[in-house]
Design a protein around this ligand. Structure first.
Ligand SMILES: O=C(O)CCC(=O)C(=O)O
Length: 240
């Protein structure tokens, strides 16, 4: 059963069950693992940027990274967040294998603000686990309550990616947090004010593979940026 917690479009949590085809998920996982191996021989920085999916030059315009959307059941998007049709570049590829990879409590609105002049005013996040048995791996944990607007952030020192961390006074109490048992093909959608973090129940859950897509609306696209259209299955590439 899908679950849906809603306050507004910046503060919601949606568990989309069986949204993606399991075989497509497995194929994408293999593709990413192979691609990662081929970057292992490159410089450490090249490898790290690939691993975090933050290098537009390495993952930009790779349509294969969007392949799971071709047969996706997007009815749930049409029902709850129909405006969100465009995936931003690049998708965020994650392999969580050591403590350094754990992301502490934060809201994704911090990343948006960090883009300064290239702000997407509207954005929702879609987290997709890529392992065959996501329940045996780390996942995301959320804090959801009504009226969660922007909470203060601090910048984590010594990290080059995922640098934002909520201030101590804004970190959720342990009774207010929620996580979900996910199967291959399931996805989590959430708004940019929802505090979330990496959740590792025990150390046998390391080595998780996942991909995160960030979706925006037609009118919130930014001139000069590229997108993948989830309805037409096309790259909407900026031509300069
Ligand atoms: O993949 C994770 O464990 C956390 C990622 C995350 O929270 C983010 O990219 O905003």
């Amino acid at each position: 059963m899908s679950e849906f917690l809603w306050d507004d479009e910046n503060n919601f949590l949606l568990v989309a069950r069986n949204m993606f085809n399991k075989k497509d998920i497995s194929d994408l996982n293999h593709y990413i693992l192979e691609k990662r191996k081929s970057h292992q021989n490159k410089t450490e920085r090249d490898f790290e940027v690939f691993k975090y999916g933050v290098a537009p030059d390495l993952v930009r315009l790779d349509k294969k990274l969007f392949s799971i959307w071709e047969d996706a059941d997007i009815e749930i998007i049409e029902k709850y967040i129909p405006e969100y049709k465009y995936i931003m570049f690049p998708p965020m590829i994650r392999n969580v294998s050591k403590e350094f990879d754990f992301v502490p409590w934060h809201q994704d609105v911090s990343y948006v603000k960090a883009m300064k002049d290239k702000i997407h005013k509207k954005m929702v996040i879609c987290f997709v686990p890529l392992d065959a048995f996501p329940n045996k791996k780390s996942t995301l944990q959320f804090a959801f309550k009504k009226g969660q607007e922007e909470l203060g952030v601090i910048i984590r020192k010594g990290h080059s990616v995922n640098v934002f961390d909520l201030k101590d006074e804004n970190k959720p109490d342990k009774d207010d947090v929620i996580s979900f048992e996910l199967n291959s093909g399931d996805a989590l959608f959430f708004g940019m004010y929802v505090p979330h973090r990496t959740y590792v129940r025990d150390s046998s859950m390391l080595d998780r593979n996942s991909i995160e897509f960030r979706l925006t609306t037609c009118s919130d696209r930014v001139r000069g940026k590229d997108y993948y259209d989830i309805y037409r299955h096309e790259l909407d590439v900026h031509k300069s």
